[in-house]
Design a protein around this ligand. Structure first.
Ligand code: ZN
Length: 344
């Protein structure tokens, strides 16, 4: 090993330092030439002892120059690579803080739940309080106190799910009207309540029937409540739900617990009154039954019909949802097909 050999070795090392394209590679080069134990330049330095004394000074000088040059070249290249790698990392991890958020998928209320809340809001504005009641009822509250004693023919229209033998036993309520009785028996007039809830009848499922469905019951009892108040209240609520343009008709009806009784129909949204499968060719869909509370029912609720009068109504939010959203089949609401439910 001579000073010239050392210069050649240094030149090779400088070239490899220049070619190193990552910090890891650069470190390999450093170890190969300047490694403490077996780096090529380090080993060359150890040859100093073997040289003739007159050669030592020149070789020593050359060794110091070479290793200094290599260290400074390594440092420079290390800085270059480090800043380059930091840049790459910055580029890869860069986040545009001004980029708009992609909103997370979030669920929402079922359309019927949404509609029930809307109905509650409409009546809250008119001073009605929303109350609940038991879904499993006794025959007395569901029928007898509402002027439907055992064997009453109107019971036939309530195909009832009985939990024990009929009359006197337990049943799944066929309407929300028993909550009227509970409200009257529970507190004296004035009363303004609406009662949203589930009811059940043994209906075969078809486009306008499901065995379990929803009702929103309403009851107003006070001094001097008239049929005009009922009509005004219903017209207000129906317009709030369907808009001012939807055709509505009120027609005389019969319920054992109201006298007189009225039913409200709205024009079918699917056929605009021409008749279709949804409205069973009638052109109208019944959404509401109502009437002035029968004096005997008031009496059964502990209210004196000489002092007070009242009206009651019950509407079907499932049917209202069908009408509102232009569906063709009530059952679509309960198939839980997210493709449909996400449309609301
Ligand atoms: Zn129709």
């Amino acid at each position: 090993m001579t000073a010239v050999d050392l210069q050649e070795l240094t030149a090779m090392a400088l070239e490899e330092i220049a070619r190193a394209d990552s910090l890891d590679r650069l470190d390999e080069v450093r170890l190969r030439y300047l490694g403490r134990r077996d780096g090529l330049v380090t080993l060359a330095g150890q040859r100093l002892r073997e040289l003739a004394p007159e050669q030592r000074a020149a070789f020593g000088q050359e060794f110091n120059r070479a290793s200094g040059q290599l260290r400074s070249a390594l440092e420079t290249r290390q800085r270059e690579l480090a800043s380059g790698e930091a840049q790459l990392r910055e580029d890869a991890e860069w986040v545009d803080m001004s980029h708009p958020f992609r909103e997370a998928d979030q669920g929402h209320s079922h359309p019927v739940t949404g509609l029930i809340r809307e109905i509650e809001d409409i009546f809250a504005f008119l001073g009605y309080q929303s109350v609940g009641g038991p879904e499993l009822e006794d025959d007395q509250h569901n029928f007898q106190l509402l002027n439907m004693p055992p064997e009453h023919p109107a019971r036939d229209s309530h195909d009832t799910f009985y939990l024990s033998p009929p009359a006197g036993g337990w049943l799944y309520r066929t309407h929300t009207s028993p909550v009227q009785m509970r409200a009257m028996l529970g507190s004296p007039p004035p009363l303004r309540i609406i009662v949203p809830g589930k009811v059940a009848r043994r209906d075969n499922p078809d486009p306008t029937h499901t065995p379990v469905f929803h009702q929103v019951e309403g009851l107003c009892v006070d001094h001097g409540v008239t049929l005009g108040d009922l009509k005004g209240t219903l017209e207000y609520a129906i317009r709030a739900l369907f808009g001012r343009d939807r055709r509505v008709r009120l027609r005389a009806s019969f319920f054992p617990y109201t006298e007189p009784s009225l039913e409200a129909d709205v024009a079918c949204a699917v056929c605009q009154g021409a008749g279709c499968r949804t409205c069973l060719q009638k052109g109208w869909i019944e959404i509401l039954g109502s009437g002035m509370v029968h004096p005997q029912v008031l009496r059964n609720g502990g209210v004196d019909p000489e002092t007070y009068s009242g009206f009651a109504f019950g509407m079907g939010p499932d049917r209202i949802a069908v009408l509102r959203y232009g569906l063709t089949d009530l059952r679509d609401l309960y198939e839980n097909d997210l493709r449909l439910l996400e449309c609301f």
